[in-house]
Design a protein around this ligand. Structure first.
Ligand code: HEM
Length: 422
């Protein structure tokens, strides 16, 4: 039991520096019960793989996104809680969405998304992504400085998914404003405010977009989504398509924008690496994999043991919430020697868990990789250098960065940089 550690789910210092916390936990034991929320925290690479690759549905995703802070709406009884979980699922946060589904229901709906997000489909959008990055930079570069988190990373990711999905130009910013900043998880607001469908506020608009496309198909992802069918050829319900469209829109922007911002922060601190990538842009994908390993936007995922089981030889009773430390696993020195070093030549860098693995592994990974590659490529090509703004973040060695108050995601609130044009 990790008795002397701060509470991962609320401590401000852990929010600033989650990796040190994960390192200390892993050093005690890669599978360890944390005392504040009574979840089992998995921080070792092999143990995380064991959980994520398990194929027998012993680990449910029903508590995904909020994890142990949400708690279970029932008191687990006995060595198998499947019937209890099924009876209470509809009361749990995010339970309308794919990310919390299990088994056959999950596999069927995930298949629709897999058919949709093909590499070929995404590749067709690459030209747009280049033009988008250049358009944003046309505005930002003459100023000599910007907030790269909001004005570049977030704008690029939001416009990219909006364009791909076919969201009308005039709706894009209003939708981003509607999405707003995520509720603070750290102050416990999230658990009070989050419902079975936290994206319900997007429903009216997305239902409208989908109905327009039923009446008149277009060349966009929402039209294609409506054309996807289950393996037996049957269509999903209209509500299911709408849920998937909303989730795609939400999942498709925040995480990618977080990745781009973290990548820019790292490069702004390392002028040698920055110059290397400027001179050899074909290495940018390797750098992106290292960022996903070193500091991925998703720190944790969550699972619920639905029957008595084990992880890494440790007994895990039914009803136990598992905090799966994706960032922790990607920084496990037993799998990645010198994990604190960004090393674009690292042989096994693609083993990282930035996109998770297994049944719920990220479906948007190819798009996220492409968007971030294009955003970095254009920023590097159109500047001769960029650096952290000391006025905003303090001098080297004593930087101050603020992160969104969420234990699940790693997300810079602001990233002020200054630059010189190419
Ligand atoms: C850098 C950007 C991104 C990161 C780091 C990321 C990370 C993740 C992770 C860690 C999961 C799995 C959570 C788990 O195992 O429980 C996930 C799931 C998912 N992601 Fe991403 N994601 C990114 C971008 C995207 C994009 C651009 C899209 C869509 C266009 C997307 C769509 C999804 C979907 C649909 C799922 C749910 C899959 C399922 O539950 O079966 N993601 N993502």
């Amino acid at each position: 039991m990790a008795g002397n550690e701060p509470d991962f789910f609320s401590d401000p210092e852990v929010l600033q520096d989650p990796k040190s916390y994960f390192d200390r936990m892993r050093a005690q034991c890669p599978v360890l019960r944390e005392p504040y929320r009574n979840s089992i925290m998995v921080t070792g690479y092999d143990a995380v793989i064991e959980v994520m690759n398990r194929r027998d549905d012993v680990f449910s995703a029903a508590l995904n996104i909020l994890g142990p802070v949400q708690g279970l709406p029932f008191a687990p009884e006995g060595g198998d809680i499947r019937a209890q979980l099924d009876a209470h699922r509809h009361e749990m946060a995010w339970s309308d969405h794919l990310t919390c589904h299990d088994g056959e229901k999950h596999a069927r709906n995930r298949q629709l998304m897999t058919d949709l997000l093909t590499y070929k489909r995404l590749k067709a959008n690459e030209v747009f992504l280049y033009a988008l990055a250049d358009r944003l930079l046309d505005d930002l570069l003459p100023r000599g400085h910007c907030n790269a988190a909001t004005e570049y990373a977030h704008a690029a990711a939001t416009f990219a998914i909006s364009d791909l999905m076919g969201i009308p130009q005039e709706d894009r910013w209003p939708l981003v404003e509607l999405l707003g900043a995520p509720p603070s998880q750290v102050e416990g607001e999230a658990t009070h405010r989050v419902t079975t469908d936290p994206l319900v506020f997007l429903k009216e608009r997305f239902d409208g977009y989908l109905k327009d496309r039923l009446a008149e198909p277009r060349a966009d992802l929402m039209t294609e989504l409506l054309g996807t069918t289950y393996r037996d050829g049957s269509a999903a319900s209209f509500e299911q398509y709408s849920l998937l469209a909303r989730f795609l829109f939400a999942a498709g922007q925040d995480t990618t924008s977080r990745l781009i911002a973290i990548a820019i922060r790292i490069l702004a601190e390392d002028q040698n690496l920055q110059q290397q990538l400027r001179q050899s842009p074909h290495r940018i994908p390797d750098f992106i994999e290292e960022v996903l390993r070193y500091e991925s936007p998703v720190k944790c995922s969550y699972r619920l043991a639905v029957e008595d089981t084990t992880i890494g030889g440790m007994e895990v009773p039914a009803g136990t919430v598992i905090t799966v430390g994706l960032m922790a696993a990607s920084n496990d020195p037993a799998h990645f020697p010198n994990p604190d070093q960004i090393d674009i030549d690292r042989a096994n860098k693609r083993d990282h868990l930035g996109f998770s693995k297994g049944a719920h592994g990220c479906l948007g990974a190819p798009l996220a990789r492409m968007e971030s590659r294009v955003a970095l490529e254009r920023l590097l090509a159109r500047t001769s250098n960029f650096r952290i703004s000391e006025a905003h973040h303090g001098p080297a060695g004593a930087r101050r960065f603020q992160y969104e108050p969420t234990y699940t995601f790693r997300s810079l609130i602001d990233l002020h940089i200054a630059y010189d044009g190419a």
